[in-house]
Design a protein around this ligand. Structure first.
Ligand SMILES: Nc1ncnc2c1ncn2[C@@H]1O[C@H](COP(=O)(O)OP(=O)(O)OP(=O)(O)O)[C@@H](O)[C@H]1O
Length: 647
């Protein structure tokens, strides 16, 4: 048996420090232990078999001698019968045989002791090597049992293996992060049709943001010869976009998809956008619906806002004797989408051309729900009826050969968008991307091989602060912040819905600000209404769980407060990204307990934050609020008690 030591990239956490407890060492130690057990076992077996052999040999000898003796006795007895005086001769023979037997026995004993000596020596060696196991020697590599022992238990320096990204990840098309100084007039971006340009103008959009100026032409290029083939007659490349929060990623897929589909003749589901939450689906649905207006395209949402039956009814319509799709573009959440696929509700994805995965890193994390594999099966799955009627062949991504290109291809192009797109190739692998092309504001190659995987760009207009505080003073501090600084509208995040609810009750009881809560405590309808009120300025302070951390686009949020520090850097990036959107300025404050400070600041720094400043609040500034605060705490206790009794 031989072991191979493979230097493997074991993640960024291990970078720079060699851990004794690293998985590979533990595994190696286990293997070595097993090898030693085997060696000991084989030694015991060898010793036993040697002893057995000798005992057998001895038995055989004795038997042989006995046989010889008996035949001699027989002859002697014969002779006795003939010669009486021959007795002495026979006695002489017997004594010679005894002597011979003794000599043989002595030889056997000495050979056994010799062999025992060798075995003892081996066992001794093994014991010694075990005692000295922390310092294995190279000679140990050849053991009697034929095992090869590699490595040892001493702490040796592991060879540092740098992350090597695939070329498409290492060398992306770079997107400028600074929106304001990199605006492109909408008419200067090639490929956008007059109808959509007018629509953009009508919506007050005169310039494209950097991400839009790069990504819109790239998607359009894949559809310039119609929906069947991309540039050069090949299947279009999948597109991944990693750009800061609020940089305008939504329009960068809405515009090219609407344009690519607007010339269609027959209504079929050709674009599917999947988003993690109902609220985000609703938001993207609105943008699609707005730009599809005035075209023949129909946009539909499958996110559980309506009943399943109502959604099912809206999916298709009867035209004469055939049922036809009633949607060209569907915006869905993964759960509802899978429901429709599994319950055969009439959702047909056989003509799907664009699969848009927004908040892609979050969607990859929810891949265990296998929503993507179900969509892909629905796209490529064979159906007798479609095979017969369809002009086009659908084949999953594979090697391109002359034969595979001969029939007209109906490709499925995947478009991925996120502010925190993972650079982990193993995670991206799950998406089955075809010759992907990455557009990113983070240039990995330029940043060097030691750059952390979780490295992101923050919006240019964002200013970050942290406020050191004590647990008991946090509620009072937030009241001070909200009521004194008046940076409305404020979006405040907590780590649980219970905290969000209590904080909301406290602020409401204290008075002086229009507050609301946003979490899974509310029904979908209440959540929708709350967001609308917040957008319209009816709510000045929205206290929310991470339900509103991602993607939610509320224009003009001036300030984000992390009442509870987020545990993960991605959560932080998305939370603070609710402000400083579309090139505007914004503030983010994070309350940090003493114990959280070091780790949190390190995490944010490593994530690529341009700098987070310390903001101190003098205790005397809180003095004037303390009496009222104590009184409100009493009232809060009563309200909570009352709520509990009603549950
Ligand atoms: N070219 C543009 N000109 C002016 N405003 C724009 C333009 N493009 C987008 N916006 C506005 O910028 C805001 C942010 O856009 P969007 O929601 O698409 O950002 P995003 O990159 O998807 O952010 P997130 O990562 O947080 O989801 C929206 O209010 C949108 O209307």
């Amino acid at each position: 048996m031989s072991l191979f030591v493979v230097d493997r990239y074991i993640g960024e956490e291990e970078d720079g420090r060699v851990s004794k407890e690293s998985q590979s060492q533990v595994l190696l130690a286990k293997l070595q232990q097993k090898v030693k057990e085997k060696q000991r076992q084989s030694l015991t077996e060898q010793r036993e078999s040697a002893q057995n052999e000798q005992t057998e040999q001895q038995d055989d000898k004795n038997k042989e001698d006995a046989d010889k003796n008996s035949s001699k006795d027989h002859q002697v007895r014969k002779k006795r019968k003939s010669k009486v005086g021959a007795v002495c001769d026979s006695d002489l023979d017997n004594s010679a045989a005894k002597k011979k037997r003794k000599k043989q026995l002595a030889q056997d004993v000495s050979s056994v002791s010799r062999s025992n000596e060798t075995e003892d020596k081996r066992a001794k060696d093994l014991e010694e090597s075990e005692k000295d196991s922390s310092k294995p020697k190279p000679e140990e590599t050849s053991s009697p049992a034929g095992y090869t022992v590699l490595g040892g238990f001493d702490s040796k320096v592991l060879q540092k293996v740098h992350r090597v990204l695939p070329q498409w990840l290492a060398e992306p098309d770079v997107i400028h992060r600074d929106i304001k100084s990199n605006l492109t007039p909408i008419s200067a971006v090639p490929g956008v049709c007059a109808q959509l340009l007018k629509k953009l103008e009508d919506n007050g959009i005169h310039h494209f943001f950097p991400v839009q100026a790069e990504v819109i032409p790239a998607i359009l290029e894949g559809a310039q010869h119609g929906l069947l083939v991309g540039g050069g007659g090949y299947r279009p490349r999948d597109i991944c976009v990693s750009a800061p929060t609020g940089s305008g990623k939504t329009l960068s897929f809405v515009i090219p998809v609407v344009q690519a589909l607007m010339q269609r003749v027959v209504c079929e589901v050709r674009a599917l956008a999947v988003l993690p939450t109902k609220e985000l689906a609703q938001q993207v649905y609105k943008v699609f619906a707005s730009y599809a207006e005035g075209t023949p395209l129909k946009v539909l949402m499958l996110a559980g806002q309506k009943s399943f039956a109502a959604e099912q009814a809206s999916l298709s319509e009867q035209r004469g004797s055939v049922r036809r799709s009633a949607a060209d573009i569907i915006v869905a959440t993964p759960g509802r989408l899978v429901d429709h696929i599994n319950r055969n509700s009439g959702l047909c994805l056989k003509q799907l051309r664009f699969l848009i995965i927004d908040e892609a890193d979050r969607m990859i994390d929810s891949m265990h729900q296998s929503w993507l594999s179900q969509v892909v099966t629905a796209v490529y799955g064979s159906g007798a009826e479609t095979e017969a009627t369809s002009l086009f062949r659908r084949t999953e991504v594979a090697f391109i050969t002359a034969a595979s290109l001969s029939p007209p291809q109906m490709p499925l192009q995947k478009l991925l968008f996120s502010a925190t797109l993972t650079q982990n190739p193993e995670k991206l692998q799950q998406l089955g991307l075809h010759q992907p092309r990455l557009f990113s504001s983070v240039h990995s190659a330029a940043a060097g091989p030691t750059q952390k995987q979780d490295h992101f760009h923050f919006p240019e207009g964002l200013t970050e602060y942290y406020i050191p505080c004590q647990m008991s003073k946090k509620p009072l501090l937030i009241l001070h912040f909200v009521l004194r600084m008046k940076l409305y509208p404020i979006l405040c995040f907590t780590n649980s819905r219970e905290t969000a609810h209590r904080l909301y009750l406290l602020v409401k009881l204290f008075g002086g600000v229009q507050a609301a809560e946003f979490s899974s405590r509310l029904s979908p309808w209440e959540r929708k209404k709350t967001l609308k009120d917040f957008e319209q300025g009816k709510i000045q302070l929205l206290i929310s769980t991470d339900a509103a951390a991602r993607g939610i686009d509320v224009t003009g949020v001036k300030c984000v407060i992390n009442y509870d520090a987020p545990q993960y850097v991605r959560t932080y990036v998305h939370r603070v990204g609710r402000t400083a959107r579309a090139g505007k300025a914004g503030l983010a404050f994070t309350f940090l307990l003493k114990v959280q400070e070091t780790n949190f600041l390190q995490m944010v720094k490593e994530a690529g934050s341009p700098g987070i400043q310390k903001q101190l609040v003098k205790p005397e500034n809180l003095k004037s609020m303390e009496d009222r605060y104590e009184q409100v705490l009493q009232e809060l206790a009563d309200v909570i008690k009352d709520e509990k009794s009603r549950c």
